[in-house]
Design a protein around this ligand. Structure first.
Ligand code: AMP
Ligand code: GLY
Length: 421
């Protein structure tokens, strides 16, 4: 690809990080984003078509003569956007609906892992609330109840309260006709992003997200309040177990299918005493993990994503940076509950004052030249440096310069890794 035209589908910090990666790529000249945010709009052309408007996105890809379409979020992948883009003869980064089912259905993912003997939690699926009551009385808390579909990050309940567990189970049964109950896994979580197609796979540096809204991993779950990479909990031994017991079997499985998996396989791990088990698979890049992973890729991101889209990643020689990256998410007042939006964001430009600090926009719009918040996770600020401490310092120095009424961020991103020293 030379002077390539790339269409990125989505509007979060993840998509802004992909767009900045493409902007750095010599192979890419034109970047289009739909619908995008104020950050992506300052680099490429934003379009007013929502990511789940499959027909609209296809028409756009054709109209701009895209050489590559990169799909960020899970919704359109599960709905089959990648199938449609490929049927038009346009290379697409993101699996077909059949591959995206590993994220779209927890039951499917659990059955597949059992079939392939991939280490994960024991689980059971049922439509019978009495069976759930029996399990709750026979196993010690905490309990993990899951809905079997995309639920915008709200499908998992981890609780030690029997009433809360029963309510989650009955809600799931009423909505989906079934509920999944899983063994609770103790340990430390990590995320591994794997670029995969039928020719091979590339494992990107492991990262760690911070899902709870408050310092000390307290408060409700969010989409992710910060991340860092590489994550030292993924030791060489943990990585080699993960590759042998999880990534390779998944790759061999997908390679044997009629429709190859071409995209990012997100492996969410729980690591206990050096033993990794799968918490979840996602069919896409993580958010905010992408904001600390793509900056550690020195290769041309356009060519890298194109090679996955064309089934050639096995021949791609990736150049990874030895540096560290940390990102801190600035969230709106009330997030993840009743979120206050529509407020001016001051100081975004001041935060971006050196080439090793990136401000990734997520929920931002621009009105009359001013930035306005438009959702829960507003921006994430990534620092990159020779050490995690310094990457965090850059990120925190920069986020302090951003002013958004009522906003909040965690002040302990990366502390778990620093304590391990
Ligand atoms: P998921 O959407 O499956 O990633 O679940 C969201 C979060 O719930 C995970 O990041 C974990 O923190 C927690 N979780 C999910 N499943 C389990 C499990 N079986 N054991 C312990 N924690 C879990
Ligand atoms: N950060 C978690 C996710 O992207 O699913």
């Amino acid at each position: 690809m030379q002077n390539g035209t790339v269409l990125v589908v989505g509007s979060g910090g993840r998509e802004h990080a992909i767009v900045i990666g493409l902007e750095r790529s010599e192979s890419v000249s034109n970047i289009h984003i739909t619908p995008g945010n104020a950050g992506t709009g300052s680099i490429g052309t934003n379009h007013d078509i929502q990511a789940d408007d499959l027909e609209g996105v296809c028409e756009l890809a054709k109209a701009i003569q895209a050489d590559l379409v990169v799909i960020g979020p899970e919704g359109p992948l599960v709905a089959g956007l990648a199938d449609l883009i490929r049927s038009m003869g346009i290379p697409c980064f993101g699996p077909n609906a059949s591959g995206a089912k590993i994220e779209g259905s927890k039951q499917h993912a659990n059955e597949l892992m059992n079939k392939l003997s991939i280490p994960t939690a024991q689980s059971m699926v049922t439509k019978d609330l009495e069976r759930i009551q029996t399990v709750l009385s026979e196993t010690p808390p905490p309990w993990v109840l899951k809905r079997d579909g995309l639920a915008a990050g709200k499908g998992v309940t981890v609780t030690s309260d029997v009433q809360v567990a029963l309510e989650a189970a009955s809600n799931a049964i009423n909505t989906d006709g079934r509920v999944i109950i899983e063994e609770y896994m103790h340990g430390e979580e990590a995320s591994i992003l794997v670029l995969m197609d039928e020719s091979g796979y590339i494992v990107l540096p492991p990262s760690q997200d911070h899902k709870r809204v408050k310092d000390g991993d307290l408060g409700p779950n969010t989409g992710g309040m910060g991340a860092y990479a590489p994550a030292p909990v993924v030791t060489e031994d943990v990585m080699s177990r993960t590759v042998d017991q999880i990534i390779k079997p998944m790759w061999q499985y997908f390679r044997g299918l009629k429709e190859p998996y071409r995209g990012c396989l997100y492996v969410g791990l729980m690591i206990s005493n050096g033993i990794p088990r799968v918490v979840e698979f996602n069919a896409r890049f993580g958010d905010p993990e992408t904001q600390v992973t793509l900056p550690l890729v020195n290769s041309d991101i356009g060519l890298l994503l194109l090679s996955v889209s064309q089934g050639r990643v096995g021949q791609f020689e990736i150049d990874l940076s030895p540096l560290h990256a940390a990102t801190v998410v600035l969230a709106s007042e009330g997030y993840p509950g009743d979120t206050k939006i529509g407020r001016p964001i001051i100081g975004l430009n001041e935060g971006n004052d050196d080439e090793w600090t990136y401000i990734y926009h997520a929920a931002t719009t621009k009105e009359s030249g001013k930035y306005i918040s438009s959702g829960g996770r507003v921006v994430s600020v990534t620092g990159i440096s020779h050490s995690l401490e310094d990457a965090l310092r850059k990120s925190y120095e920069s986020i302090k310069k951003i002013n958004l009424e009522g906003s909040h961020y965690r002040s302990d991103i990366g502390q778990r890794a620093l304590r391990k020293r």
